[in-house]
Design a protein around this ligand. Sequence first.
Ligand code: ADP
Ligand code: MG
Length: 191
Amino acid sequence: MAATLAETASAGQMKMAESSGRGGQLAAWVTAYIGLGSNLGDRLAFLRQARFALTGQALRVTASSALYASEPVGGPVQDDYYNAVVAVTTRLSPLDLLAHCQSVEMLAGRERQQRWGARTLDLDLLLYADLELALPQLEVPHPRMHQRRFVLQPLCDLAPQLIYPRLGRALSELLVELPDTPWVRRLQSQW
Ligand code: ADP
Ligand code: MG
């Protein structure tokens, strides 16, 4: 997985960073990781629907983590989350991939009423090759992912050796340093 990232990152990195999100497709296929979360309604059905709806001509889901349940972090009192991470290979630019994720959230009836409030579907772009990007609407790597067990644990199912760009450390190293609370529980390997 790390080799794929290294190969694809250098070739397309400049074009990706410059992309204005106009809907063009990159020449190279890039590996990215997307975090999925749901804590409203039929949580598993929303995650399955998301994995299906993400797939298209410019994006393939190449691997899925196990399914996890997790305690909500921040925000109002709300139900536990279901979480997972998928690896994708895509020709969408980072901004186009974010827009695509948001359209899939809309398909699931996502409403943005309260920050960190309950949601049918939350899709976060965690990593995009080894790109580092800080735009008002998109920060990659996702700025809080390395502090969240509900992200790192499923991500480590797929890519424990991957180096987190900003810190230069393997994801598995970051995971072992996280506290046990808020809790995250593995539910099933297939979903
Ligand atoms: P959160 O995921 O933090 O609970 P939202 O899903 O409501 O919150 O996202 C809030 C905003 O975060 C989005 O409008 C989006 O533009 C922005 N954002 C910045 N970086 C990312 C990222 N890496 N992935 C997804 N959204 C991001
Ligand atoms: Mg989000």
